[in-house]
Design a protein around this ligand. Structure first.
Ligand SMILES: Cc1ncc(COP(=O)(O)O)c(C=O)c1O
Length: 347
């Protein structure tokens, strides 16, 4: 009886099958260099582990603010952006007001709404995975209070039409632009909108640029908006190790991140071009650190790739994603092996 509400609840699914080549979670494939790890090791050794961390994460916030060219007052930090998505779903508007988001997209918007018990307005992307004014108009008629747009979108990889995201914000809906993959995109971001509007915030994460293990997500907003959201954040959500490691990597390791992102972008270009030449594989454009492909039998190919030691994400369970696989950009040698094996398997 206590859990009746969750009888049909679909948890967030992730791929955990151990494989030689892991291209399933859109992580940065490169680890940190040893000199940076040594610096981290030294600092972690000196953490007073019996103490709670700084509840405001102030020193880390100063480094992140500098990283994004904003003020610490513009930031709310989360235990991954997952936590921030859930927090926003809980706090924005009254519980009886619905949440809107396009499908297919990042499943956490659906998962969070289901946990909180908020109604969902799911509306389809068009055949190019782009937002459509018509579908947005229909969604808005149902009076949502909160909208999520992942741009670049996961799992499709493309960026959304800015004008349509603004259109939603202009109708008074609290609009979250989830820019988890923006570091890999050459398109304009929504940062200045977030710093100037009362009903639009941007989400970023350190997970895609090399720090998935420390769980650090960032919300960027106008100062008074950030202050309201920060009020309801769990007090010690950013652990002591995360505060220490984040500070070091985002200051001393900035160049490392930049160089790794450049390699990933170069590799993506190479992968897109090679995939487009394989018969039986349809590949979609990507502004992210992964590519989406469509094949004849996605479930079978997913299984056979695992047999060859390669793990990619099977997207077939999501709406409009039949026979689609999402492949993270890996290290150059991993991408080469993936392409070779794929060619062999779809022959
Ligand atoms: C669009 C999008 N937002 C947020 C996240 C979650 O990021 P984090 O690791 O910071 O919780 C992901 C992870 O895949 C994502 O694809």
């Amino acid at each position: 009886m206590f859990f009746d509400r969750f009888k049909n609840f679909k948890s967030y699914k992730t791929e955990t099958t151990p494989c030689r080549i892991k291209l399933s979670s859109n992580e940065n494939p490169f680890d940190l260099p040893q000199w940076l790890k040594d610096r981290i090791g030294e600092a972690v050794k000196n953490i007073p582990f019996q103490r709670y961390p700084d509840p405001t994460s102030m020193e880390l916030k100063e480094v992140i603010a500098d990283f994004y060219g904003v003020k610490p007052e513009n930031l709310v930090l989360g235990n991954g952006s997952d936590e921030l998505i859930q927090l926003l779903t809980i706090i924005i508007g009254n519980p009886d007001k619905p949440v809107m988001y396009p499908v297919p997209t990042f499943p956490m918007y659906q998962v969070s709404a289901d946990i909180v018990g908020k109604k969902k307005i799911e509306f389809p992307l068009d055949k190019n995975f782009q937002l459509s004014r018509e579908k947005i108009g229909e969604a808005l008629e149902k009076k949502p209070v909160l909208a999520f747009f992942a741009s670049p979108n996961n799992p499709t990889g493309n960026s959304f039409d800015r004008a349509l995201i603004k259109y939603v914000a202009d109708r008074g809906v609290f609009t979250v632009v989830d820019e988890a993959y923006i570091d890999f995109s050459d398109k304009e971001d929504f940062l200045s909108e977030a710093l100037n509007r009362k009903n639009l915030v941007v989400l970023r994460t350190m997970s895609k640029i090399g720090l998935a293990g420390i769980r650090l997500g960032v919300l960027l907003a106008k100062e008074d908006v950030a202050k309201e959201i920060d009020k309801v954040r769990p007090p010690f959500n950013i652990t002591y190790p995360t505060q220490v490691i984040g500070r070091i990597v985002l200051s001393d390791g900035r160049q490392v991140i930049k160089e790794q992102v450049e390699i990933i972008k170069r590799e993506r270009k190479k992968m897109l071009s090679e995939l487009s030449r394989i018969e039986g594989v349809q590949v979609f454009p990507s502004d992210a650190n992964f590519v989406l492909i469509k094949v004849n039998d996605g479930n079978d190919l997913h299984k056979r790739l695992i047999e060859k030691g390669i793990l990619v994400r099977n997207m077939s369970h999501l709406p409009y994603m039949e026979n689609c696989l999402r492949v993270s950009v890996g290290k150059p040698e991993e991408n080469e092996i993936f392409i070779e094996v794929l060619k062999e398997l779809v022959k």
